[in-house]
Design a protein around this ligand. Structure first.
Ligand SMILES: Cc1cc2nc3c(=O)[nH]c(=O)nc-3n(C[C@H](O)[C@H](O)[C@H](O)COP(=O)(O)OP(=O)(O)OC[C@H]3O[C@@H](n4cnc5c(N)ncnc54)[C@H](O)[C@@H]3O)c2cc1C
Length: 544
């Protein structure tokens, strides 16, 4: 069976590649590797196959899955909840489907954080664009959508990839959208651009989603895009759902480590299986368990940038890769002492990483916040609203295992506003939102502000900083874009994987998911995660 929840026939079986996590990146890389019928691929996914559940396929039910069984609901300090997809397709099965890319300079900075000798691998805009396009099948705006104000630059999009992207049938056609575009320009000078995916996202425009226009706006998750079309024909690819990978098994525990496979256990909403199964990897183990869990598996570096959480690391930690000081008290033998988990980024390394980010903000003028304008069905019919999302925080969080029980959630510290500049950015962004709503032509449509309203009185200058700060601290929620927990960076900077996405000091373990982003980007992440996974697949194939 191509997708199964039974370990029978998988337990004890060898595969060429084992992919841990059938999420956004995991299914992408598995699909590409299994294009060669001589290569066998096993994907092990903790969640179930919920492709037929409207909470997954119906993009108009976005947010309904939060807090339910399809959501990991990791907890962090101050009672915060970090939602992440626990279902086939991972976050791509429950996310908002916003389809955007970061700026040219942000991708170029990834190379700058690697060894010079690795620059040729092409972790930059020019090297990523072909892969982001490869993943995509863009449906340019229809005449009706054009009339409502949709724009695009079709040449920057892919037109024959697996992930469908388009504007929706439900695209709202009222006067509020053009009024917002014009008011944003009038209030701030930010220009109206045609497309957020063209590498220059410092602008205001309407944005497509990862949905299939020709299939009634059905969500185009990684499962729908990469697995569904081939699942009945590609017999060399098996996906096991409802099983948690508990650790990586090692054939050789001297550096460079060689993985021999994985151990896994049944995992349902009611069962933490006690039986441990194994599967063997002839070639490689590929970690794609997301930015929180990879760290649990790897037990490696955890930068927890605001809006980013790293799931993968936990699996690394359970497998003996991580900070010895964390693993020793848990009686886990440290195989690779990767100290970057938690607090080990030296001041010198942080200076380099922060300077790269500051340069992107100051020289490249990369967007520091996103204003997500909402109208139509998402809010009451007489309301217009804006979410303000901070894109490039300097605060860093961390993920660490707390026990050797693989079912136990890792300890997550998001450290929001640990760097006070992040709070300044929030306040400046919110003041600008208020200004835009008070600027024509949007102001002509508004009868006044309800939220935050009197909670942050407008003193004529947009409100007092102290009032805004208190408001942000009380109301702030993460946009749930964790990255960087197993960063692709020079080892001296705290990197966990090299430019080939190989974990340092291992021969055959790679990380392929949002964990490897060394820095945050001014975009929603999924389009870039697909690009990373597509590029990773080619790197892995080239190494065969
Ligand atoms: C609520 C929400 C809304 C978002 N909205 C958008 C948006 O509108 N647009 C956008 O572009 N991006 C959005 N994002 C971000 C984007 O979806 C994610 O960054 C991206 O999909 C992450 O991909 P990934 O492959 O790194 O991880 P995931 O897609 O999370 O995949 C990891 C997979 O590994 C599985 N797993 C974890 N641990 C184990 C284990 N031990 N054993 C087996 N399996 C395991 C998980 O269940 C999961 O399926 C959103 C994210 C969230 C959470």
């Amino acid at each position: 069976t191509p997708v199964t929840s039974s370990p029978n026939g998988i337990d004890g079986t060898p595969y060429d590649y084992i992919v841990i996590g059938g999420g956004t990146a995991g299914l992408t890389v598995a699909a590409r590797l299994s294009e060669d019928p001589a290569i066998s691929v096993l994907v092990v996914e903790a969640g179930a196959d919920n492709r037929d559940n409207p909470e997954v396929f119906d993009i108009y039910e976005f947010t309904v899955a939060y807090g339910g069984p399809l959501d990991w609901q990791y907890s962090a300090e101050e009672g915060r909840v970090i939602d992440q997809g626990k279902t086939l397709g991972g976050c791509s099965s429950i996310n908002g489907g916003m389809w955007t890319r970061g700026s040219v300079a942000q991708y170029d900075a990834w190379t700058a954080l690697l060894e010079e000798s690795e620059a040729h691998v092409g972790w930059n805009w020019d090297g990523m664009l072909p892969y982001m396009r490869k993943s995509e099948n863009f449906n340019p705006p229809t005449p009706d959508q054009l009339a409502k104000g949709a724009t695009s630059i079709p040449a920057v999009h892919g037109s024959s990839g697996p992930v469908h992207s388009s504007f929706s049938h439900g695209m709202y056609g009222g006067p509020q959208q053009p009024a917002f575009l014009a008011a944003a320009t009038n209030a701030s000078g930010v220009v109206h651009c045609l497309d957020l995916s063209a590498g220059h996202p410092n602008c205001v425009t309407m944005s497509p989603q990862s949905i299939d226009y020709n299939d009634n706006d059905r969500r185009s998750s990684s499962a729908e895009a990469y697995l569904t079309p081939v699942e009945n024909t590609r017999t060399n690819w098996v996906t096991l759902t409802q099983h948690l990978v508990t650790k990586i098994l090692w054939a050789k525990t001297k550096i460079p480590l060689v993985a021999s496979g994985i151990e896994f256990a049944t995992y349902t909403n009611t069962t933490n299986g006690t039986t441990r199964y194994t599967a063997h990897a002839r070639r490689e183990v590929i970690l794609a368990a997301g930015a929180i869990r990879v760290r649990v598996i790897l037990c490696v570096a955890q930068i927890f940038q605001l809006n980013r959480t790293h799931p993968d690391p936990a699996i690394l930690q359970l497998s003996g890769i991580g900070d010895a000081a964390l693993l020793r008290p848990l009686n886990i033998t440290t195989l690779i002492d990767l100290k970057t988990a938690g607090n080990a980024h030296s001041a010198k390394a942080l200076e380099v990483i922060f300077k790269a980010q500051a340069d992107i903000m100051l020289k490249d003028k990369a967007p520091m916040v996103e204003m997500y304008y909402i109208t139509g069905p998402d809010v009451a019919s007489n309301e217009i609203a804006t979410n303000l999302w901070q894109l490039l925080p300097f605060s860093r969080g961390r993920v660490a295992i707390v026990s050797t029980d693989p079912f136990e959630y890792p300890d997550i510290h998001v450290n929001y506003f640990n760097v006070s500049f992040d709070l300044d950015v929030q306040v400046a962004g919110l003041k600008l939102v208020r200004k835009i709503f008070k600027t024509p032509p949007l102001s002509d449509l508004s009868t006044g502000e309800t939220v935050p309203g009197a909670a942050v009185p407008d003193d004529g200058a947009g409100g007092a900083d102290a009032d805004w700060q208190a408001y942000v601290r009380q109301n702030f929620g993460s946009v749930l874009h964790p990255v960087g927990t197993a960063a692709m960076m020079r080892r001296g900077l705290g990197g966990v994987v090299d430019a080939h996405l190989k974990v340092y000091d291992t021969r055959n373990v790679r990380v392929v998911d949002a964990s490897v982003f060394p820095t945050q980007i001014s975009a929603h992440l999924s389009a870039t995660v697909y690009g990373v996974a597509e590029k990773a697949a080619d790197l892995i194939k080239a190494a065969q």
